[in-house]
Design a binder for this molecule. Structure first.
Ligand code: OXD
Ligand code: MN
Length: 591
C-alpha cells in the first residue's frame, strides 16, 4: 500500500487500528490529515480536479464551492441507522438494533476492498474547543474528500486533535466508506460500548460526517448518561437586553423546524437595543457547573444548515453567513456560477438543478433539493456570540422544547417544575409533512427532538433527564413552544421568525421571576398583557387563539401521550406516567 505521507503520530493504538482498517478496506494510499490551511487549499484543488467541487464565481461567492451528491443519497437514513448494543433492550423501542457481532460481520463484508483505487484519509478531530474539558476526540477514516473538507469546517481537525490525544487509546473509532453508494448496502452503525462508528454506503452529511450526529449525539448521549451530563439536539443563543443583562437559552426543535433561524433571530424594531447572538444551531452538551447551574457548549465549529427557505426575511444573518467561504450541497446553480434555492427571490434566469439538469422557472420540481445544505465556519456568522467557543460553556436560564403542531399546543407553556418540564420534552411532537412517509398530519413524537439521536433506550434517557435535577441547585426553567399553530382558515396564528423575540423575552422574564402568567391545569401561559406585543402585525384574536388551551383537545392529547409511553415500554419512568395522570385529573377537575 502506498503511503501518501508519514503518520504524524507514534500512538500505537491509533497506528494499529488504522493499519487494521486499511487492511480490510484496501485503499491505494493512506493520507493523514494535518488540518492546515495549506492542506485545505491543496485538497480543495484536488476536489475541483476530481469534479467533486465546482468553484463558484469568486466575486459573488468568494472561496466557495458547489457540490452534488448521488441523487440516491440526499438525507440521513434513519431506517438504516442502528444502535449496536449487546441486547435489544439497551437500544430500546425507538432505535433500530443489530447485535454488535452481526453488524461488524455484515458491514465488514461491504468494507472489504471498498477503498480500492481510492485514498483513505485519516482525520483526527475534536468536537469542542481544544482547551475545553467537554471536548471529545474522534478519528474518522474515510474515502471521501468531500467528507474531509466538510469535517474541516464542522470540527477541529488534524494536529490539534493528535496533540490532545497523545498516546491515549481513548478516542472514538469511526470508519466511513462511500463504497458503491448502494442504498441496499447502506448502514450507519453505532457501537456505544466500543466507542465506535461504522458508516458505509452514504456520503451524505449526517451519515458521513461522523463527528456530528453519530459522535456528538448518539455516542455522546450514551456517554453523557454514564458520566452525568446531557448531549442534546439543541440550538444555543445569547440574549442581551438593552440594560446589558445577558441570558443563555437552549432549544430543542425537530429537524427542519427553524432551530437555525431561532439561533440567529433578529429582534423586531420595537425591541431596539436587544441583541440575539448565536452560540450554536444544532447540538448542545450540558454539564452542571460548580455553582449548581447547567452550562452548555456547542461542540461544532461550523453550521451545516438547510438552504431552502433561508432568505433575507427568514434569516438575514444566515444569508450574510453563506456569502463567502462556503460549501453548498445539492442547491441549484445559476448560469453566472452563483447558487439559488427555493425561498430566495427570482430566479431571473434558467438554472441547473441539484441533479445537474436544466431547470426552468415554473417547473414543478424544486431546483434545489429540499434538504440541500450550506456548510460554513462559525466565524462566518456576523452575530456570533463571544461565548460561542468559551471552553467552560454558558449558564442556561431556560430550555425550550419545540413542537410543530397546527392544533392543541399553545404558543408557549411553562412547566410547573423539572419533572413536568421533562414530561413536556418527552411528549413533544411534530406533525408529519409530505416530506416524511406516512399519513400527513399524524403526530410523530420526537422526544427532546432526539428521536433519531438517542444512543440508548428512550425510557432510560427520560430517567437520566429526571435525575439531572438532583445535580443542580439552580436548574433552568423548562418551556414548551409551538410557532406553528393554525387557525380554522389554515393560516398560521403567530407570525414567527423575528417576532419570536416576544416569547423569548417572556421566557427570560419568567426565569428571573418578573413576568406574570396564567396558571392552567397543564402549565403556565402568558396572558395577553404578559407579552410585549407592541407593534406586532397580528390580530389580538389570532394571538389569543395561539395561546388558547382547549380542554377537549388536551384530553385527547394526554390520551395520546399514554399510547406513546406504552409504545416505549417498561422503561418509561414512573414519575412521567404519574405526571400524565396528574395532568388528566387536574384538567378533568376544572372542566
Ligand atoms: C440535521 C438534522 O441535519 O437534524 O441537523 O437532520
Ligand atoms: Mn439537527
Amino acid at each position: 500500500m502506498l503511503v501518501a505521507n508519514k503518520a504524524p503520530t507514534s500512538n500505537p493504538h491509533l497506528l494499529s487500528w488504522v493499519d487494521e482498517m486499511a487492511r480490510m478496506c484496501k485503499p491505494d494510499q493512506i493520507y493523514w490529515v494535518d488540518g492546515s490551511d495549506e492542506e485545505a487549499k491543496r485538497l480543495t484543488d484536488e476536489a475541483v480536479a476530481m469534479g467533486v467541487f465546482i468553484p463558484l464565481d469568486p466575486d459573488k461567492k468568494p472561496n466557495s464551492y458547489y457540490s452534488r451528491s448521488n441523487p440516491n443519497d440526499v438525507a440521513r437514513t434513519e431506517e438504516l441507522t442502528f444502535i449496536c448494543t449487546p441486547t435489544k433492550d439497551e437500544a430500546g423501542a425507538t432505535n433500530n438494533w443489530m447485535a454488535p457481532d452481526d453488524a461488524y460481520r455484515k458491514l465488514g463484508e461491504i468494507f472489504e476492498g471498498s477503498m480500492k483505487g481510492r485514498t483513505m484519509y485519516v482525520i483526527p478531530y475534536l468536537m469542542g474547543t481544544p482547551d475545553s474539558p467537554f471536548a471529545m476526540l474522534g478519528v474518522e477514516l474515510t474515502d471521501s474528500i468531500y467528507v474531509v473538507l466538510n469535517m474541516r469546517i464542522m470540527g477541529r481537525i488534524g494536529a490539534v486533535a493528535l496533540e490532545r490525544l497523545g498516546g491515549s487509546a481513548k478516542f472514538n473509532r469511526g470508519l466511513h466508506s462511500v463504497a458503491d453508494c448502494d442504498p441496499q448496502r447502506r448502514y450507519i452503525c453505532h457501537f456505544p460500548q466500543d466507542d465506535a462508528i461504522w458508516s458505509v454506503g452514504s456520503g451524505y452529511g449526517g451519515n458521513a460526517l461522523l463527528g456530528k450526529k453519530c459522535l456528538s449525539l448518539r455516542i455522546a448521549s450514551y456517554q453523557a448518561r454514564q458520566e452525568g451530563w446531557l448531549a442534546e439536539h439543541m440550538m444555543l443563543l445569547e440574549a442581551e437586553s438593552p440594560e446589558g443583562e445577558t441570558h443563555f437559552i437552549a432549544g430543542a426543535f425537530p429537524s427542519a423546524s427553524g432551530k437555525t433561524n431561532l439561533a440567529m433571530l433578529l429582534p423586531p424594531k420595537e425591541f431596539e437595543g436587544w441583541r440575539i447572538r448565536t452560540i450554536g444551531d444544532d447540538i448542545a452538551w450540558m454539564r452542571v457547573g460548580d455553582d449548581g447551574r447547567l452550562y452548555a457548549v456547542n461542540p461544532e465549529a461550523g453550521f451545516f444548515g438547510v438552504a431552502p427557505g433561508t432568505n433575507e426575511h427568514t434569516n438575514p444573518t444566515a444569508m450574510e453567513m453563506v456569502s463567502h467561504d462556503a460549501i453548498f450541497t445539492n442547491v441549484a446553480l445559476t448560469p453566472d456560477m452563483d447558487v439559488w434555492w427555493e425561498g430566495m427571490d427570482g430566479p431571473n434566469t434558467d438554472l441547473v438543478d441539484w441533479r445537474g439538469r436544466p431547470w426552468k422557472r415554473g417547473s414543478k420540481e424544486p431546483a434545489a433539493h429540499p434538504n440541500s445544505r450550506f456548510t460554513v465556519p462559525l466565524e462566518n456568522n456576523p452575530r456570533l456570540s463571544r461565548y460561542a467557543t468559551d471552553p467552560k460553556g454558558v449558564p442556561i436560564s431556560a430550555i425550550l422544547f419545540g413542537g410543530r403542531r397546527s392544533t392543541t399546543v399553545p404558543l408557549v407553556l411553562e412547566s410547573f417544575n423539572w419533572t413536568h418540564g421533562v414530561y413536556m420534552g418527552a411528549t413533544a411532537g411534530a406533525e408529519t409533512t409530505a416530506a416524511i412517509t406516512g399519513a400527513v398530519g399524524r403526530i410523530r413524537r420526537d422526544p427532546m427532538a432526539m428521536l433519531a439521536f438517542i444512543g440508548y433506550n428512550a425510557g432510560d434517557y427520560f430517567a437520566h433527564w429526571l435525575s439531572m435535577f438532583g445535580r443542580m441547585s439552580h436548574p433552568p426553567r423548562i418551556f414548551l413552544v409551538n410557532w406553528f399553530r393554525k387557525g380554522d382558515d389554515g393560516r398560521y396564528l403567530w407570525p414567527g421568525y423575528g417576532e419570536n423575540m416576544r416569547v423569548l423575552k417572556w421566557v427570560i422574564d419568567r426565569s428571573v421571576g418578573r413576568a406574570g402568567a396564567l396558571e392552567t391545569p397543564i402549565g403556565y401561559t402568558p396572558r395577553l398583557g404578559d407579552l410585549d406585543l407592541s407593534g406586532i402585525d397580528a390580530s389580538t384574536e389570532a394571538i389569543e387563539a395561539a395561546l388558547r388551551i382547549d380542554p377537549d383537545e388536551w384530553q385527547k392529547e394526554l390520551e395520546a401521550h399514554g399510547d406513546w409511553f406504552d409504545r416505549l415500554g417498561g422503561t418509561v419512568p414512573e414519575a412521567l406516567r404519574l405526571q400524565r395522570r396528574l395532568l388528566i385529573a387536574s384538567l378533568k377537575a376544572v372542566s
